[in-house]
Design a protein around this ligand. Structure first.
Ligand code: FAD
Ligand code: DHB
Length: 455
């Protein structure tokens, strides 16, 4: 058992009584006295204890980006502290992504966290695009030298990564309050948070902002530093999980007169479906019968295919936006995943981009700790943004081709149909979609991030 910071992931802090202990080989301090070096906003009272630790990388956010980064660093012998303001149950139960690119699957396997993914993940070598009542199959594997996507819930990825983190006994704190970062331009940025009456100050070499779109890291960057590029769509997705065996082996993306619909799945007994709705649609407006009626209206094809119905066990509405904040670095703060960029989900790219960001970041941090080189840290933002913008373009194209827009006219809709007709009848167009959907080649090799390749 490690001394000092709570090992494991229950959010509990195991206290140390002595004034100085070791935590992951670094100095560990606990004091009850106010510290003159603390931030101005520190509201500590005399009876509130303060735990100070040093680590190499402070990671804000225990979503896919933060947990993947933490494990990549661990595999390279680099210490980190991960902090999330939600509970463990919240992050493992949240229903979000389902589609993993080939490269993300390869990465999870190379990191040694792919055992459940290999057992439970559903490998898909194709997908369907449906319009004018007909499904058209795109053979992903055939068009990409055997690559595929794997359907495996984001909550399962997070579950596997939390298990892996727990096994390392490195710190992972859930339900942290008042998380903040500071001194970003110094050589020792700080990550601060509170658990109950205990204040934590983590002095870091670097901070990774993996805290999603609504996190605190990006807003901690001074005004005027970031360029923000944004498009908000005039629609959202109503998503459901249903206890129903999937009626098709592969995903079906549908453009219907009444709007977009998507057929997906999570397991041989659970179907995942999405429906285009207005962005601010109250979920209360959609009783289960209305959801099924609309799903069947949009998805049923002329060959009689439709999704199998079942009990709805989860439902919610997600708005859609495209967003990029650049550069993805300020001083010693590095943004990764949704903290830096959001894509509309139609291209299934968000989690996959988070994975590619942290691979690039892990390689750069490894080079820094092994050779003292800052070259790859300096390249981090530009390298990530090249992939991010290609994923933005693809996600925007998938979204605008497959959704009905309130401000479109008859010409726009006919153009959409022609786009889909061309896509599904041209091998070149299908190959272009396929190589982007299974994932463009990684920016950096797994080996350069310290992984031995086990594909
Ligand atoms: P997040 O998952 O948002 O994680 C951020 C973490 O930071 C959270 O745990 C949060 O609790 C924590 N946090 C936030 N604020 C703070 C704070 N102040 N202090 C401490 N911690 C904080 N992507 C795909 O690749 N494929 C798909 O098929 C796909 N489908 C999707 C379907 C839907 C309906 C949606 C909504 C998204 C989909 N995505 C998909 C996108 C994907 O879910 C996200 O891109 C992914 O979650 C990004 O991971 P992240 O770790 O960057 O951020
Ligand atoms: C799923 C989500 C997506 O965003 C997508 O494009 C395809 C499938 C899913 O949740 O299964």
């Amino acid at each position: 058992m490690r001394l000092g910071e709570g090992a494991g992931c229950d959010g509990a802090v195991r206290r140390c009584d002595g004034p100085v202990r070791r935590c992951d080989g670094l100095a560990f301090h606990r004091t009850l006295a106010p510290d003159p070096r603390s931030f101005a906003l520190d509201l500590r009272t005399a009876d509130r204890s303060v735990i100070r630790v040093k680590t190499q990388v402070g990671i804000v956010g225990a979503g896919p980006a933060g947990l993947l980064l933490g494990h990549l660093l661990h595999l390279n012998g680099i210490d980190s502290v991960i902090v999330d303001n939600r509970s463990r149950a919240y992050v493992t139960d949240r229903v979000r992504a389902g589609v993993l690119e080939q490269g993300t699957v390869d990465l999870l396997n190379a990191m040694g966290v792919g055992a459940r993914l290999q057992r439970l993940g559903l490998r898909h070598e194709g997908l369907y695009v449906s319009f004018r009542g007909r499904r058209h199959r795109i053979n992903l594997a055939d068009l990409t030298d055997g690559k595929a996507i794997t359907v495996y819930g984001q909550n399962e990825v997070v579950h596997d990564l939390i298990d892996a983190r727990s096994a390392t006994t490195r710190p992972l704190h859930f339900e942290a309050k008042d998380v903040s970062v500071g001194a970003l331009e110094s050589s020792s940025p700080a990550l601060r948070f509170r658990h109950g009456d205990t204040e934590h100050e983590v002095h870091c070499d670097f901070i990774a902002g993996c805290d999603g779109f609504h996190g605190i890291c990006r807003p901690s960057i001074p005004a005027g530093v970031l360029n923000v590029y944004e498009r908000v769509y005039p629609f959202g997705w109503l998503g459901i999980l249903a206890e129903a065996p999937p009626s098709c082996d592969e995903l079906v993306y549908t453009l219907h007169e009444r709007g977009f619909a998507l057929f997906s799945m999570r397991s041989p007994t659970i179907t995942r479906l999405y429906l285009q709705v207005p962005p601010d649609e109250p979920i209360e407006r959609w009783p289960d019968e209305a959801i099924w009626r609309e799903m069947l209206t949009r998805m049923t094809t002329s060959d009689g295919w439709s999704p199998t119905m079942g009990r709805i066990i989860q439902k919610g509405v997600t708005p859609m936006r495209s967003f990029v904040a650049a550069p993805m670095r300020h001083g010693r703060l590095f943004l990764a995943g949704d903290a830096a960029h959001i894509v509309p989900p139609t291209g299934a790219k968000g989690l996959n981009l988070a994975a590619s960001d942290v691979l690039v970041l892990a390689r750069a941090l490894k080079a820094y700790y092994e050779r003292g080189s800052t070259e790859w840290l300096d390249e981090y933002s530009d390298l990530c943004l090249r992939r991010v913008w290609k994923a933005q373009r693809f996600s925007w194209w998938m979204t605008s081709t497959l959704h009905r827009s309130p401000d479109e006219n008859a010409f726009d809709h006919q153009r959409q149909i022609a786009d889909l007709d061309y896509l599904t009848s041209s091998r070149a167009a299908m190959a272009s979609l396929a190589e982007q959907y299974v994932g463009l080649p990684a920016e950096v090799s797994f080996e350069s991030a310290g992984l031995s390749v086990r594909r």
